[in-house]
Design a binder for this molecule. Sequence first.
Ligand code: ZN
Length: 316
Amino acid sequence: MKRLMLIACLAAPFLPVNVQAQQNRVEISITPVTGPVYMLQGGGGNIGVVADPLGVLMIDAMETPSSDQIRAAIKSLPGGERVRILVDTHWHSDHTDGNKSLGLGAAIIAHENVRPLMGGEQDQPGRKAGAGPAAALPNVTYSDRLTVYAGGEEIRLVHYSHAHTDGDTVVFLDKSKVVHMGDMFFNGRFPFLDVANGGDIDNWVRQIDAILAVLPADSKIIPGHGPLASTADLKAFRQMLYDSAEIVRKEMKEGKTLEQVKAAGLPERFAPWSKGFMSRAGLPQPGETGRQVTPQALTAPSPPPELDSATTTRRR
Ligand SMILES: [Zn+2]
């Protein structure tokens, strides 16, 4: 059901505003993670919330039509009447569109590469839009790392370059052993890779390795999409990225064209990853047999020009 609702959400840019608002009314679920930390799901990328009597710290903001439901969901938490700090894990609109509502009056923090992207023309598949309003842009930016304090937690924001985009922030809550990875982690599903804005599959794998090296084994991980995760889930995602890129890289070395690579697809063992919104990327429907079609995001790095342009995606 959630998948259907999410697909409706993604289709929304083509609809009139009133219909769009109606169709975007998705159910927002709130999951206690540990201590003051909660996870919200349902209207875009997963949100992390750190309750604090002075006003919550929120990590990502989903899409604007869900903002009222998000406010209602966090109202019962300490400080839930006010968003004091909002962290944007990266620039994609399914994580930042809600800045327009939830970020008003808040410190909106993001990596320094995020603000120019959100402040420029929005060129995303199926949707072009003007620059985001000034009030919704990050008003605090950082280059490598930044520490903020909320909910009795020392909250570390760390930039990992050239992964899902080149503006990714991972949020570490060491005391609670929780981390929000934004779209550097799609739990149990194929990701998008924003090649046009610095995303790089090889470096993404390396950056996940760097994160795994410092995470306690019993950490709880809030992914950008998918259910609350463990370090074992993150390792599985990392391996899927690596293995699928290796397969495509080998085919490219053999001189195959993009069309041939897509037609060959990935082995059947990758089928469980083809769920969520990436299931729309030309993958076989349930009941179809044969190999899975390679999602555009998973083509290998440094491709020849004809592959490079085809692998570019700007959203998620
Ligand atoms: Zn994204």
